[in-house]
Design a protein around this ligand. Structure first.
Ligand code: BG6
Length: 479
């Protein structure tokens, strides 16, 4: 389809994780409880039922996978050494807010939590790995949810601001790349994980979500401001759960539907990258009668402190139709979309569309003209180790290879600016969507199952050596 050329010098190859999906040690060294800890495996994972607040603590009869996860907290040296062996240029990880501020609203920091991340960043630097740090990856201290209602409350901006001051100062010189909120658009689909939201009976949920979104957007602009003040070298990015919508047919009403659904997602990035609420969003709030309080100061912050780059996760494209009769949905990254008959799907039903990555890269580039960073992409699959514990994951290699090809075409043929690529779950970890361990993305197999049994032993998969070769050749050798 296209000429495969070199990747730019300094392209940041690496892998991505999130604190709650890999650290474990949920109560070690003063860490406070967070929303991500109390979501059990399986169907009861996101019971955001109005008036039902059961997820403020652990309950009998459930298994909570994030409690121990893959215990990166105690294995980080071993894991980072393996990433270094693969030649990672960057490692995406997140900070657990409740390790640093166990409750979230206190003035004192928890030194043990701060020291932990300092050690992790130093360990990365030891190997020349650039940390890429998500400040909030779906986590919110439980105390802030119970006492303030999560991000629905404006006070959250102050608590987040305090966290930013602390981490930007403490990790100055160690961390340069920051992401403010993981998949910020997820707040509309998974509000408990996205923003610590639960709803009271009879509440206008749409209004609460957009109000919380506004608070996160202002907090994100503030973070960008502080990051630049503390160290002009800092680069701050927004983060979108991306995947372009295709119209189901050439019928203009389907095209319109696809555009509307894209706008629902791009709305967040429009604010973070362009600095103001787009007119279509203002009109939507007006039409739905949503009361979102915005101060003049908020609007100025948004305007003056836009992000330096746009990062996103990409797993699949999506399909939209205006026809209410069409209901056959595919599974997906929390979003369910219509099935695309031209695409195959993963074992979890996520449709696989490498060209969709090129389409998405171009759509985002055309919209913002800011450097981009693909910070998640990968295949969740069942891996079956042989008698030596080795996994021949050619399916994963194929998936990644096809996506790297279209990423290459977007850079070399379309001229988009791309800073780097971090594959999701570079080491097996707990799934955010289902809580399963069985859904593996890694180059490194971790011996742990859905029930939390296993030795936690790390074993390189076939894809480990393949990715090592990809990085060593700066993406020239992907065979
Ligand atoms: C993204 C998240 O939604 O997709 C990650 O940022 C998540 O946290 C990833 O793990 C893959 O989703 P899942 O449900 O397969 O873990």
């Amino acid at each position: 389809m296209s000429d495969y050329k070199k990747f730019p010098n300094g392209f940041l190859w690496g892998g991505a994780t999130a604190a709650n999906q890999c650290e474990g040690a949920y109560n070690a060294d003063g860490r406070g409880l967070a929303n991500v800890d109390v979501v059990p495996i399986g169907e009861d994972r996101f019971p955001i039922i109005a008036g039902k607040k059961k997820m403020f603590d652990f309950e009998e009869g459930y298994f909570y996978p994030a409690k121990e996860s893959i215990d990166f907290y105690h294995h980080y040296k071993e894991d980072i050494a393996l990433f270094a062996e693969m030649g990672f240029k960057t490692f995406r990880m997140s900070i657990a807010w409740s390790r640093i501020f166990p409750k979230g609203d206190e003035l004192e920091t928890n030194e043990a939590g701060l020291a932990f991340y300092e050690d992790v960043f130093k360990e990365c630097r030891k190997y020349g790995i650039e940390p890429l740090v998500t400040i909030t990856h779906f986590d919110c201290p439980i105390y802030l949810i119970e006492h303030y209602g999560g991000w629905r409350n404006r006070k959250m901006i102050d608590f987040y601001e305090r966290l930013c001051h602390v981490i930007f100062n403490r990790y100055k010189g160690l961390v340069k790349y920051w992401l403010t909120f993981n998949e910020i658009n997820m707040i509309l689909h998974a509000p408990f994980m996205g923003a610590g939201l639960y709803f009271e009976t009879g509440e206008n949920e749409e209004e609460v979500k957009y109000r919380a979104a506004h608070h996160e957007l202002v907090a994100s602009a503030l973070a960008t401001k502080i990051a630049h003040e503390v160290d002009p070298e800092n680069k701050v990015g927004c983060m979108l759960a991306a995947g372009q919508y295709y119209p189901n047919t050439p019928n203009p009403v389907d095209y319109w539907q696809a555009m509307e659904e894209d706008r629902e997602n791009y709305f967040f990035i429009d604010v973070q990258a362009r600095g103001e609420y787009p007119n279509y969003a203002k009109k939507k709030f007006e039409k739905l009668g949503l009361n979102i309080e915005m101060t003049q100061e908020d609007l100025e912050l948004l305007k003056e402190h836009t992000v330096d780059f746009v990062s996103f996760s990409y797993y699949s494209s999506r399909v939209a139709s205006a026809d209410p009769e069409l209901t056959e949905k595919t599974a997906g990254n929390i979003f369910a979309s219509l099935k695309n008959p031209y695409l195959k799907a993963s074992e979890w039903g996520w449709q696989i569309d490498p060209l969709g990555l090129r389409i998405t890269l171009n759509a985002i580039w055309d919209r913002y003209q800011k450097p981009m960073f693909i910070v998640e992409n990968g295949l969740g699959a069942v891996d079956t180790p042989d008698e030596n514990g080795y996994v021949e994951d050619d399916y994963r290699i194929d998936y990644l290879r096809e996506h790297i090809k279209t990423m290459n075409a977007a850079i070399n043929e379309d001229g988009v600016e791309l800073l780097g690529y971090t594959t999701w779950g570079c080491i097996d970890l707990v799934s955010a969507g289902t809580g399963e361990m069985k859904k593996r993305y890694g180059f490194i197999y971790v011996d742990r199952d859905n029930q939390g049994k296993g030795t936690l032993k790390r074993t390189k998969k076939k894809s480990f050596d393949w990715y090592k070769k990809v990085i060593a050749s700066n993406g020239s050798d992907i065979d």
